[in-house]
Ligand binder design. Structure first.
Ligand code: F6P
Length: 370
């Protein structure tokens, strides 16, 4: 029997969302089902911005950044009254399954929408696809957009390293990630940065300053011909980047001022901001989005409900939280409420993964310094 599947993207966009929309649409249509695109996320759902999409509409979108369905963060969706309205809209359009692509907010919205205490026996099957450059969603190794964002950061760091080397300067490069340091940590390794500052380490302002000063002085001593220092700082670190720069410069000047008064030791700051979220998706994000889209549609067709598609979870899944997807051995289907509670633990620093992330780089600090 032919099904109607609706798809939306919500929250911060992530490169590779279009690949997921395209794959889901093509698989659904090829198998004889109808696809509806909801524009502007949950806000568009409440405003009934819904229209059919087919293979022609998604032709060529694979290589485009952003999302052809547009995205939004809806405050209205936080209320039961508006979620009731959303359920009515989906029922009115004959929707059998809803696929929501996005980050924590999107998955929380989907979990509430499908909560039986609110929804009763509302029959629409809800499947989530993780997409957020922050990689702050638990029980999945990666979310759509992380790889492209990391490549963008690394490219920027390579460019900055050239000018930093020419002048023997220190740069602090601030990268997105909300409360998660994942992007800062991975891009620091991939770009060969001298240090990384991330929120999970929970360092005080004093500790941040002293660790930066230590790095700068060590590099000056060990590499007098190349005094370049590149520090990648996650936006989630509470000390504002400009303030950190001022404190570090003051301290370095205090220690070396007279000795090095002719040298250009002032730190420069680059905030990459939303640059990191845009651009054409990397080959890996196109692949990941396509595989997630494929698995999500097949999950709806197989009668799955309240699940998130996940990519090779980094640690064992909690007992009974999910199973390997039939359609793709690299993907899992995990329970949405389990994802949300594990994500809360991850962001509060309580899970084993959070603890590993917090300590792994402490142990590497002297390695980075070489
Ligand atoms: O969650 C994705 C993200 O890009 C975060 O890294 C960042 O903190 C936030 O969204 C920025 O949100 P906005 O686009 O609303 O400024």
């Amino acid at each position: 029997m032919s099904k109607t599947i609706a798809i939306l993207t919500s929250g911060g966009d992530a490169p590779g969302m279009n690949a997921a929309i395209r794959a889901a649409t093509m698989v659904a249509v090829a198998k004889g089902h109808r696809m509806l695109g909801i524009r502007h996320g949950y806000r568009g759902l409440l405003d009934e911005k819904i229209s059919p999409i087919d293979a022609d509409r998604v032709n060529g979108i694979l290589r485009e950044g952003g999302t052809i369905l547009h995205s939004a963060r809806s405050k209205r969706f936080h209320s039961v009254e508006h979620r009731n309205r959303a359920r009515e809209v989906l029922t009115k359009h004959g929707v059998d399954g809803l696929i929501a692509i996005g980050g924590n907010g999107t998955l929380t919205g989907l979990t509430l929408l499908s909560d039986t205490s609110e929804a009763g026996d509302w029959p629409v099957q809800c499947i989530g696809i993780p997409a957020s450059i922050d990689n702050d969603i638990a029980l999945t190794g990666l979310a759509i957009g992380v790889d492209t964002a990391m490549n963008t950061i690394v490219e920027a760091c390579d460019r900055i390293a050239d000018t930093a080397t020419a002048h023997g300067r220190t740069f602090i490069i601030e990268v997105m990630g909300r409360d998660s340091g994942y992007l800062s940590m991975t891009s620091a390794i991939a770009s060969g940065a001298n240090m990384v500052l991330f929120p999970e380490a929970a360092r005080t302002e004093e500790e941040l300053v002293s660790s930066m000063v230590k790095t700068i002085l060590t590099v000056r001593e060990r590499h007098p011909e190349n005094q370049r220092v590149v520090a990648i700082k996650a936006e989630g670190v509470p000390t504002p980047t400009d303030r950190l720069k001022e404190l570090v410069d003051a301290k370095v000047f205090e220690i070396t001022g007279e000795e090095h008064e002719d040298e250009d030791i002032e730190t420069r700051v680059t905030v990459l901001g939303h640059v990191v979220r845009g651009g054409r998706p990397s080959a890996f994000d196109r692949l990941l989005g396509s595989r997630f889209g494929n698995v999500a549609v097949r999950a709806v067709l197989a009668g799955e409900h309240r699940k998130m598609v996940s990519w090779l979870p980094p640690m064992d899944l909690p007992e009974g939280a999910g199973t390997r997807a039939q359609a793709d051995p690299y993907c899992y289907l995990v329970d949405l409420p389990a994802v949300l509670s594990a994500t809360k633990q991850l962001l509060e620093g309580q899970s084993p993964l959070a603890r590993w992330r917090a300590t792994a780089f402490d142990d590497l600090e002297d390695v980075f310094l070489l």
